[in-house]
Design a protein. Structure first.
Length: 142
């Protein structure tokens, strides 16, 4: 699947989980330069989904500052949506991994999202607020 198709699957899944709002691939000024592939909010937590089409892309992602220092990153719950074979036995602690087949994510390892799942991170709320404010400004200016 292409990156765009993985992002579509991520947005669709966030809708099924009843997140609102849902933001995908939106650039905005923030401290650490994180651009979530898809992020949505529930009343109790934010869910970040990163989409990776290749192993090389996944390995590059690990080098980013907000991945090395989890407190800098967005998302209280963090998931990878990938093509098959992208993540081996090196899923970061606290993350979940889903492989997408024909637009449908299948749980593979790590954190499995449910309404009752443990929230492994405290997402960087300042960065999330920058993103959400930018989203609202763009919606209101249309």
């Amino acid at each position: 699947m292409t990156h765009a198709e993985l992002v579509q699957a991520a947005v669709a899944q966030l809708k099924r989980w009843r997140c609102l709002p849902i933001i995908s691939e939106m650039h905005c000024a923030n401290t650490y330069g994180e651009i979530p592939d898809a992020i949505g909010w529930l009343s109790r937590a934010s869910i970040l989904i990163e989409c990776k089409t290749s192993r090389a892309d996944f390995l590059r992602d690990r080098e980013k500052l907000f991945r090395q220092e989890p407190a800098f990153g967005m998302g209280d719950i963090r998931l990878y949506f990938t093509n098959p074979g992208v993540i081996w036995n090196d899923l970061p602690e606290g993350w979940g991994h889903y492989v997408v087949f024909d637009g449908k994510p299948k749980y593979m390892s790590g954190l499995r999202y449910s309404n009752a799942c443990k929230i492994p991170f405290q997402g960087n709320k300042r960065e999330e607020m920058y993103l959400m404010r930018s989203y609202i400004r763009r919606k209101e200016s249309v």
